[in-house]
Design a protein around this ligand. Structure first.
Ligand code: HEC
Length: 113
């Protein structure tokens, strides 16, 4: 009896931990790391997302070469609207603003001079 309050507090703590876990990395210098995790999860199936890997989809450009095609900032808009143009084989994925920030940071960090 009387245990309800304690359980509820525990649950709130768990929730806070989850929220912090998803917010803090973006503020600390983990932004690029978070972007890397996002593209590895969402894009690596087709695109090369690292410094030396090869795209597994023959038509998909390696992310490290994207700035040769257009400014990386253009990507921001495309991601916000959901990349579907030019993506015949890709399920549409609309990124949230903080996911976009992380992805752009990561792709920027990959670009070759
Ligand atoms: C199912 C495979 C697949 C997945 C998953 C995928 N892509 Fe692509 N992507 C392609 C292909 C194929 C092309 C080339 C399309 C073309 O040139 O007609 C492409 C092209 C692109 C381009 C270049 C478009 C242009 O106009 O040059 C960008 C940028 C891009 N993808 C970003 C992403 C991002 C970011 C993700 C993850 C959120 C992603 N893609 C996930 C298949 C995929």
């Amino acid at each position: 009896m009387g245990n309800g309050g304690r359980w509820r507090r525990r649950w709130v703590c768990a929730l806070a931990a989850v929220l912090l876990g998803s917010v803090l990395p973006a503020q600390a210098n983990g932004l690029t790391e978070r972007g890397q995790a996002l593209v590895e999860f969402n894009c690596a199936r087709c695109h090369a997302v690292g410094k030396t890997d090869k795209s597994s989809h023959p038509d998909a450009p390696a992310f490290r070469t994207l700035s040769k095609r257009y400014p990386i900032t253009d990507l921001e808009e495309a991601l916000a609207e959901g990349i579907s143009t030019g993506h015949p084989d890709m399920p549409e994925w609309v990124a949230s603003p903080d996911q976009i920030e992380a992805i752009i940071a990561y792709i920027n960090s990959l670009q070759q001079p």
